[in-house]
Design a protein around this ligand. Structure first.
Ligand SMILES: Nc1nc2c(ncn2[C@@H]2O[C@H](COP(=O)(O)OP(=O)(O)OP(=O)(O)O)[C@@H](O)[C@H]2O)c(=O)[nH]1
Length: 245
């Protein structure tokens, strides 16, 4: 990646004295790169900057706790909350924004397999971009390969899914993003992705409806053209338990 910190006409956001988030944002803007909540920005983060970003988020989170009038100096339960939340966002629940995609080994389809393959249910843990509340659910993936498709290891479906899901987003976009990535990696004849999830912004707060879940399906290629294939996938989708979680 180009070092943009010494670019002529640089604003204070890209000098080494500003907050690290400003430097990263500057690089993204210079590259014309979108940085929505569900975008991965790993290519624009330099070595060591994640540590600095964690410190910056912890400082800002501390200010939020101050504004919530919580006595973090004397309340032993919240003394370290700002640091914990920063670590949780950057290294855990939103790690899919800051980390590179998992390595995925692809094997050529030497046997020219062209039978339906289904993986799932894969556990999904995400968060809505509106309230940062958890989205907890499951994903099923159906692949119909052809002779030019790549075959990827079974665990890689779960790893790619986790990478996509550990970002703040809405479910409709999450399922399409996952389908786009799988389509690029596997180049199948047909691809199906179904996601079913509970949204805690509806269960825990707001309307407080604890029973409703959301289901989305993305059907591409052969799954769009062939109703029998679609039916076969939906009938074979292994549902290990009832309910969304
Ligand atoms: N379409 C969609 N909506 C979502 C998703 N996750 C959360 N939401 C909803 O997005 C909405 C958030 O925007 P607003 O309606 O402005 O938020 P609010 O005023 O706090 O709304 P309430 O939740 O009804 O209290 C809520 O209705 C959430 O239930 C999702 O994945 N997809």
């Amino acid at each position: 990646m180009n070092d943009t910190t010494s670019a002529p006409g640089a604003s204070s956001a890209n000098t080494s004295t500003g907050p690290v988030s400003g430097r990263i944002r500057y690089r993204l803007q210079q590259a014309g790169q979108r940085f929505f909540a569900n975008d991965n920005i790993a290519d624009y983060i330099e070595p060591g900057e994640i540590d600095a970003l964690r410190d910056e988020v912890a400082g800002r989170m501390h200010a939020v706790l101050q504004s919530l009038v919580i006595d973090t100096d004397n309340d032993h339960n919240t003394q370290d909350t700002a640091r914990r939340v920063a670590k949780m966002y950057l290294d855990e629940v939103f790690a899919g924004r800051y980390r590179q995609a998992p390595a995925v080994t692809a094997f050529p389809n030497v046997s020219r397999l062209n039978e339906l393959m289904i993986v799932g249910p894969i556990q999904v843990r995400s968060a809505c971009s509106h309230h940062f509340c958890p989205i907890i659910g499951r994903v099923w993936i159906g692949i119909l390969p052809n002779e030019t498709s790549d075959l990827i290891g079974l665990s890689k479906y779960a790893r790619l899914c986790e990478w996509v899901m550990s970002r703040p987003q809405i479910q409709e976009e999450a399922v399409v993003l996952l389908a786009d990535i799988l389509e690029r990696r596997v180049r199948p004849d047909g691809l199906a992705v179904v996601m079913e999830a509970d949204h805690f912004c509806m269960h825990w707060r707001g309307v407080k409806d604890s029973d409703s879940a959301m289901t989305n399906s993305v059907m591409r290629g052969a799954f769009l053209r062939d109703a029998n294939l679609r039916r076969e996938f939906l009938a074979l989708m292994p549902r290990k338990s009832s309910g969304a979680v």
